[in-house]
Design a binder for this molecule. Structure first.
Ligand code: ADP
Ligand code: MG
Length: 591
């Protein structure tokens, strides 16, 4: 990247900036640390980018190309470098894709900022100019974007494929892209056409087969088998399904206690009572016509016992137990039924209906599928398959990116070319704009424009092309008015990238630029790192607490109470004693 070397004549003396050494050092250290993070993920950008193998402390290995995942797993200690990790996370939640791009752009901006700072420009001037440049950049991108109709399935698939192309599982993009589009479109609510809640798409992972066997299931999939106890049914047609949150087991006392029964007749009575209790419950369930039970996992006592499973099997009721609490909402939404929290509320109108619930063998395990649901809610399940856990996990992350891309397009219906085309066009237009700005501002905007060239440079570099030759040609083609010319990494030349079907949502590009700029501005404005020690009050509180834990005793308890009372008093008298408040809160939390 052409560095800004010759300082432009400054318009007035007041704009030049002299800072003291320490502040400069802190700023430089922050920028260098943050750039190191950006450099670490740079090689992963684009379809020909490299993957990273991450080995965690507990021996787990992850192979990924996703910027957010790489950074998330990295052990970053420097506070400014951590900001870049958070930046990637913000992009992940704002757009879902472009998590590497945002960090690479931030790294390039920081490099330019360092040059501007060494040229004596005040950080505030740089920060304000960056803000101005990013606002202009968003305008330019919006003007470049092509509007999209949500019914245009082909274009949606193209952009999902672009996002999948750069992943480890790119060879399966022909399968995963349409799957992502169909699943997002099936959960769009016509009443709120631009809102997509990705929680309505459940991803179930099952080891075995290949990613090619991944399928979209219109219904529910449970990654567990049905209960086989006492030969209970494992397939049910015309299913009437109840989701229950109560236990079909004998009640327990509230407090832990044991009852000793020494008389055999008494014991017989207890067993009989238990049988009657459970039978009574099962009769109530059967009376509503229910023939499939989904039982929520219980921590207080067993949700089902061997005895209740036996009677349920006799009543020809299929049982799927240990359903997770957090899945209940998704299940009831899909089945269009109500969860039942008490046997007294067990009524036929609370049941869900499906054509078939069956246990299927898959690989070396079994799953339960519920299909043909009547009045099914707007949800979908994707069953991901793969030959090993690494592939399955990466397939899930990649599919998440593709789903996010389609979600972006549903909420903001504009497409933009990929392959470095938007960045180089931005760079060109902002470069031209910087010439009409005055003084330092123009100088900073020009640096911003140059920083954006990092994307085409990196795409070319990662694809093993001659970066200077490629980017120069790209710049020329854009200067001649071909705004959609981009780097075709497959052919190794510049082509109209829209014709190559490399498209991405506008939201991904705009949010990458605005978020990266915000983060860089924040780092620029830091001129000191302050380590805070505990105040005397907090230290005293900690000391008292640790002695109490060690020695216990009435006297220490008394002292602690006195301290709490005293700190509360101080807090009441003077609201600003923030240390006192901290000490007080710490004690309350620990007590
Ligand atoms: P991110 O995590 O930021 O999404 P990716 O590794 O997915 O990073 O790379 C995204 C970049 O790769 C985008 O700038 C996109 O335009 C570019 N890209 C994706 N597919 C292609 C392709 N087939 N040809 C050229 N560039 C591509
Ligand atoms: Mg991507």
């Amino acid at each position: 990247m052409a560095a800004v070397t010759a300082a432009q004549p400054r318009s007035s003396k007041t704009e030049s900036y002299v800072d003291n050494k320490r502040k400069e050092d802190i700023r430089q250290a922050n920028i260098k640390a943050a750039r190191a993070v950006a450099d670490a993920v740079r090689t992963s950008l684009g379809p020909k980018g490299m993957d990273k193998m991450i080995s965690t402390a507990n021996g787990e290995v992850i192979i990924t190309n996703d910027g957010a995942t790489i950074l998330n797993k990295m052990e970053v200690l420097q506070p400014a470098a951590k900001m870049l990790v958070d930046l990637s996370k913000s992009q992940d939640s704002a757009a879902g894709d472009g998590t590497t791009t945002v960090v690479v752009i931030a790294g390039a901006l920081l490099k330019q900022c360092l040059l501007l700072l060494t040229n004596g420009i005040h950080p505030t001037v740089i920060s304000d100019s960056l803000h101005k440049a990013s606002t202009k950049a968003v305008d330019v991108l919006t003007a470049m974007a092509v509007p999209l109709e949500i019914s245009d399935r082909e274009s949606l698939i193209k952009s999902a494929s672009t996002s999948l192309n750069s992943k480890v599982v790119s060879q399966y993009s022909t399968l995963l892209a349409p799957l992502a589009v169909d699943s997002v479109l099936s959960v769009v609510d016509p009443a709120k056409p631009d809102m997509v809640d990705l929680r309505d798409i459940k991803i179930v992972k099952k080891l075995g087969g290949t990613v090619d066997d991944t399928e979209l299931v219109k219904g529910l999939v449970f990654d567990k088998k049905a209960s086989h106890a006492a030969g209970g049914p494992t397939r049910m047609e015309n299913a009437k399904i109840a989701v229950i949150q109560f236990q079909i087991s004998p009640p327990k006392t509230d407090i832990e206690q044991s009852i000793v029964v020494s008389d055999y007749t008494q014991m017989d009575r207890i067993l009989k009572e238990e049988r009657n209790y459970i039978l009574g419950m099962i009769k109530k369930i059967k009376a509503t016509g229910c023939n499939v039970l989904l039982i929520q996992k219980s921590i207080l006592r067993d949700a089902v016992t061997d005895l209740s499973l036996h009677y349920l099997a006799k009543a020809k009721i299929m049982v799927i137990k240990d359903v997770e609490r957090e899945d209940i909402e998704f299940i009831t939404k899909t089945l269009n039924c109500l969860p039942i929290a008490n046997i007294e509320h067990f009524r036929a109108e609370k049941l869900g209906h499906a054509d078939l619930v069956e246990e299927v063998s898959l690989g070396d395990g079994k799953i339960v599928k519920v299909t043909g649901i009547k009045d099914m809610g707007r949800t979908t399940t994707v069953l991901i398959r793969g030959s090993n856990q690494l592939v399955i996990d990466e397939a899930e992350r990649s599919l998440h990116d593709a789903l996010c891309v389609v979600r972006c397009l549903v909420s903001k219906r504009f497409l933009i070319a990929g392959g470095g085309a938007p960045e180089i066009e931005l760079s060109r237009q902002l470069g031209a704009w910087s010439k009409v700005l005055h003084g330092m501002e123009g100088y900073c905007v020009r640096s911003f424009a140059e920083a954006l060239e990092v994307i085409p440079y990196t795409l070319a570099e990662n694809a093993g092309l001659n970066r200077i030759a490629i980017v120069t040609e790209l710049r020329n083609r854009h200067a001649q008015g071909e705004i959609n010319a981009g780097i075709n990494v497959r052919k190794g030349q510049i082509t109209n990238i829209l014709e190559e079907n490399v498209v991405q949502p506008l939201l991904v590009s705009t949010s990458a630029i605005t978020l990266a700029t915000e983060c860089v501005r924040m780092i620029l404005k830091i001129d000191d790192i302050v380590n805070v020690r505990d105040s005397t009050m907090v230290s005293t509180a900690k000391y008292l607490l640790s002695s109490r834990i060690l020695y216990g005793g009435f006297f220490l308890n008394f002292l602690l109470c006195l301290f709490v009372f005293f700190s509360k008093l101080c807090f009441l008298v003077n609201n600003e004693t923030i240390h006192m408040q901290h000490a007080h809160l710490a004690i309350q939390a620990l007590l």
